[in-house]
Design a protein around this ligand. Structure first.
Ligand code: ATP
Ligand code: NCN
Length: 224
């Protein structure tokens, strides 16, 4: 099955509502922690389908994202072989900012009887109340959250293992159990843009086909 979104309906399971996940991100580039998060969401939430959505216009990010075409191609390479996973291009085709509330509303219309899950990392849970129409997001989907190491800057050492503190979060959310992976896309971009890095070293941070794509397309030579 082609991993890009298809109009083919997801078969209805017997005796329970369909379980549909949404996992959005800049994916600039997609890295191993993104892939691990998609995998634990699929298995721990028992998803019938997971929509992976590269962001279009990320209103909340200060930097300009790499062209959507590259981020989409890298998502196909990073997630394309996962079962029940569709790389969904609607946000990169949408005019204007990517608001998760709009995407979830569309998914709700497409899967009217389904249980929706929004898959995210702890940093985004902590920022959740800054999201546009976050109450609507919460009404439409269960937040499914993996923890993240506290030190996620570009210079973070890979072995950092302190979890973000979610104890003050008053919103209901479901935890996903995932070993901490101190990887961020910022760190990947910084490493590629730093002193020359063999492709093999990049594979510690991103799946091998993504590492090859980054190198073939000379991405992140001038990190921001
Ligand atoms: N190491 C990680 N552990 C857990 N969740 C993560 C991790 N990296 C990213 N995520 C989650 O994946 C989603 C998409 O993240 P995004 O594409 O912005 O990657 P990022 O590594 O945070 O990027 P950047 O460093 O450019 O801000 C978000 O919900 C984010 O919280
Ligand atoms: O809808 C919003 O206002 C909103 C604000 C911040 C982040 N999001 C979404 O959260 C997802 C992860 O964001 P990020 O910044 O970690 O790539 C991605 O799908 C974003 O579009 C959405």
């Amino acid at each position: 099955m082609s991993p890009t979104e298809s109009q083919r309906p997801v078969p209805s399971p017997q005796g329970r509502p369909l379980r549909v996940g949404m996992f959005g991100g800049a994916f600039d580039p997609p890295h191993w922690a993104h892939r691990a998060l998609a995998e634990v969401a699929l298995t721990q939430l028992g998803l019938d389908v997971l929509h992976v959505l590269p962001t279009g216009h990320a209103w909340h990010k200060a930097r300009v994202l790499s062209p959507a075409e590259h981020r989409l191609n890298m998502c196909l390479l990073a997630f394309g072989d996962l079962p029940n996973t569709r790389i969904d291009t609607r946000e990169i085709r949408r005019e204007g900012p990517s608001y998760t509330a709009d995407t979830l509303r569309e998914l709700h219309a497409e899967y009217p009887a389904a249980e929706l899950f929004l898959v995210l990392g702890a940093d985004q849970l902590l920022a959740f109340k800054s999201w546009v129409r976050w109450q609507e997001v919460q009404d439409l989907a269960t937040l499914a959250v993996a923890n993240r190491a506290t030190n996620i800057g570009a210079d973070a050492p890979l072995e950092q293992d302190r979890e973000m503190d979610l104890s003050a979060v008053e919103l209901p959310f479901r935890r996903l159990a995932m070993p901490l992976k101190n990887i961020s896309a910022s760190a990947v971009r910084a490493r590629v843009g730093g002193p020359s890095l063999p492709e093999a070293q990049l594979e510690v941070l991103v799946p091998e086909p993504v590492a090859r794509y980054i190198s073939q397309h000379h991405l992140y030579q001038n990190p921001s």
